[in-house]
Design a protein around this ligand. Structure first.
Ligand SMILES: Cc1ncc(COP(=O)(O)O)c(C=O)c1O
Length: 387
């Protein structure tokens, strides 16, 4: 018997939602934003704060540090110390700021592609170079080409590696040995590894992610970890995240950067929402993970039955990565546009995620089951009409 309701659709139109800013009859299953209300425990914390009525400047209290430290110790096996943890308003603002502070213009930042498209913006908009290291894709499975990665990290112009762990859009949880091998290479070539772990709490039931910083001593030494409750608890609009850096010298430099960029201070709800999520949201999150897993199984059944497309099996995130290699002549943008035009289903074209994503589609399944079924129906029709 479930305690929380993920089944009832919530009308989000009229709320200035980026995802739902669409034409009548369209169905958005693109941006990584869930259509579920936040856990009642979080809503209560935010409403209690709102009721107070005075929304002046805030500080970061001890309970915020304790919430992160205890959650990562108990659920993910990473021991963080308070001195290494910094509040920031978002993972992407933090990554951009870290790139500006720790690398120089025209230096390389390595990414493993296909990867979260906004990583490109963080690097290019700050005048640094993107060095794409394409993942190997074989028999429906992704892995890292370590020879290519070593070549990229060994270049004198390479200053940073930007990891996505678990990896959006392929849904992969990197294992400890893989992370440890990456850490050894970063240490060998003096490259800082920024690990974006925003999706870490959305794993299939029974599956756990390994934080990069606890995969090995080398990983710990070179690591900057970005974490947040916003993906798993659907709080993106509240703008609340954290950066954890074990090395004190690196931490001090990053902290000055985050302050200089004015992204190290919380709004009136940021602390309350994060503390409630990590201290009271456990049961909701367990139910959500089961619900998303069932959604994934329903989606897999439909997608597997569509000729010429196949679903890449991932164990994390609520984003499905669909291989349309046999179909996507002229690129997945064309296919995604066709599906949107013919059926109203709005999903993401794999091209946005860089090298290796050209013939894939990304589908967000974090919605009530009835909405998912509608989306899958549209996907099937759209692909049939494209053929
Ligand atoms: C890998 C990854 N990092 C960061 C973000 C966004 O983080 P924030 O909203 O905290 O800037 C997303 C959102 O989809 C994401 O997928």
């Amino acid at each position: 018997m479930s305690k929380y309701d993920f089944d009832t659709p919530i009308n989000r139109s009229g709320t200035n939602s980026l995802k739902w800013d669409i034409k009548d009859g369209e169905l958005p299953m693109w941006v990584a934003d869930m259509d579920f209300a936040a856990a009642p425990e979080i809503i209560k914390a935010v409403v209690d704060r709102a009721r107070h009525g005075v929304y002046g400047y805030s500080v970061i209290p001890d309970e915020w540090y304790d919430a992160y430290i205890n959650r990562w110790k108990d659920s993910h096996g990473l021991i963080m110390d308070k001195g290494g943890l910094i509040f920031c308003t978002g993972v992407i603002p933090a990554i951009s700021s870290i790139i500006r502070r720790l690398t120089h213009p025209a230096e390389n930042v390595v990414i493993l592609t296909p990867v979260y498209n906004i990583f490109y913006n963080c690097i290019l908009n700050n005048g640094r170079r993107v060095l794409e290291c394409e993942l190997t894709y074989k028999d429906g499975e992704y892995s890292i080409d370590f020879a290519a990665l070593e070549r990229a990290l060994s270049l004198p112009q390479t200053a940073m590696l930007l990891l996505c762990n678990p990896h959006n859009p392929i849904g992969k949880i990197w294992d400890k040995d893989t992370l440890s091998a990456i850490g050894s290479l970063c240490k060998k070539y003096g490259v800082i590894a920024v690990s974006d772990e925003i999706h870490c709490d959305i794993t299939d039931p029974g599956k756990e992610y390994c934080p990069f910083a606890c995969a090995s001593e080398d990983c710990r030494d070179v690591s900057i970890t970005c974490i947040s409750p916003t993906k798993a608890f659907n709080l993106a609009g509240i703008q609340t995240a954290a950066v954890y850096i074990p090395d004190r010298k690196i931490k001090n430099r990053v902290e000055r950067g985050l302050n200089n960029d004015e992204i190290a201070e919380p709004n009136a709800f940021a602390v309350q929402a994060a503390v409630a999520a990590f201290t009271k949201g456990g049961e909701w999150l367990s139910e959500l993970r089961r619900y998303l897993y069932d959604n994934k199984r329903v989606a897999a059944e439909t997608i597997d039955a569509i000729p010429d497309v196949s679903l890449v099996r991932g164990e994390a995130t609520y984003l499905l990565w669909i291989d349309c290699t046999k179909l996507a002549r002229g690129g997945s943008h064309k296919l995604a546009e066709h599906i949107r035009e013919k059926t109203g289903l709005y999903l993401s074209a794999g091209e946005e995620y860089g090298k290796g994503g050209e013939s894939f589609l990304r589908l967000n399944i974090a919605c009530p089951r009835s909405v998912l079924l509608d989306g899958l129906d549209r996907l099937k029709k759209g692909i049939e009409l494209y053929r």
